[in-house]
Design a protein around this ligand. Sequence first.
Ligand SMILES: Cc1cc2nc3c(=O)[nH]c(=O)nc-3n(C[C@H](O)[C@H](O)[C@H](O)COP(=O)(O)OP(=O)(O)OC[C@H]3O[C@@H](n4cnc5c(N)ncnc54)[C@H](O)[C@@H]3O)c2cc1C
Length: 390
Amino acid sequence: MEFSLSEEQLAFMKSVYNFSKKEIEPLTTEAERKGEFSFEAWKKMADFGLMALPFPEKYGGSDAGVLTTLIGMESLARGGADGGTTLAWGAHTILCGVPIWLMGSDAQREKYLTKMITGEWIGGFGLTEPEAGSDAAGMKTTAVKKGDKYILNGSKMFITNGPVGHHFVVIAVTDKNAGHFGMSAFIVEKDFKGFSVGKELDKLGNRSSSTSELIFEDCEVPEENLLGPLGMGFVGVGKTTLEWERSCLLAAGLGGMEYAMDVSLKYAQERKQFGKPIAHFQAMKHKLADMKVSVEASKLILYRVAWLKEQNKNAMLEASHAKLLMSELGMRLAEEAVQIHGGYGYMKEYPVERGFRDCKLGTIGAGTSEVQRMVISKMLLNLKAKGGKK
Ligand SMILES: Cc1cc2nc3c(=O)[nH]c(=O)nc-3n(C[C@H](O)[C@H](O)[C@H](O)COP(=O)(O)OP(=O)(O)OC[C@H]3O[C@@H](n4cnc5c(N)ncnc54)[C@H](O)[C@@H]3O)c2cc1C
């Protein structure tokens, strides 16, 4: 078993961290306060090469692999980029870009990936609906073939990058009798007839990302914008994207935990009460020790998902383990970071308050904790029924 990163990966980690601290943190701290997406930070991230990471060189990408992409996200977040910034990156690069790369035609890759990599076009992903969240397969949005177009009707809820996006990978029902194989993926551009974006939604955290509903009213999508085979949208996107999504978005969560730990360690050594730095009190030492253990456990479970994926092994269950553990440890760590900072931790001037709000999305987005427990226990029970062997 090999646990070390290559020299090249360590150097990359350091350079993304330094870039994030110097160039991104000041911009996104301001954007988060205003509740606005920062186009300036977006452009800097694209120029630095962060949108290019997973994609083939042929389209302007870096062919970096899962682990290096993950490290990039971890370092961006550890350097101080907030949750909204990494969420917007994830919706664009992973949720929209990866399905186009892995399921798309060459023409679709050429048209969309090249402009997504330069940051010129922002992408998003529409699965969730107002009445279909955890039960995403219960979606109502339909796509009906008419001549050389598909006509989409329905809506998608809570879509990251909705208000700023140029195009979205959208899943819609094409055959209501075919269950999971009756849903197809489409690339829908913001200027297509019948497409509109709802008002921007105000959120608890991740406030530098923009979120809205997407609305389809007899929306005309050219047939060449069908992504992957007809009927394979739900299954195909799940297969191609889920492990990427879990590893890279969770990496942002890991970086957020490291950031909270870094600032708490510093604060605990600087802040004095009863004539001593608070880091000298056992209760504070224990909190810092628990933070470190949470970070190390999260790192191991997450890097293993990336390792499995790089070996071309299935990591679906392991990705669920990581999602559940990390989002819950992350929430606890964020709370302890505020506690260590005392009253100052409750103030907007200190970054742990933002981390505490950003972090809650971890147990909700992309499959809630309850859904993860459902998936894991289902697998366990099936395995036991087959003789209890793994
Ligand atoms: C900031 C933000 C950004 C998002 N970005 C996107 C995006 O870009 N694209 C996209 O498609 N979606 C996006 N989502 C949607 C997100 O994935 C959903 O919110 C999530 O899947 C939960 O669905 P829901 O909100 O409808 O909750 P519900 O499914 O209604 O769940 C409500 C509660 O019921 C519980 N529950 C539901 N079913 C069960 C069950 N069978 N057993 C036990 N408990 C259950 C849930 O765990 C939860 O606690 C985003 C959400 C947020 C908040």
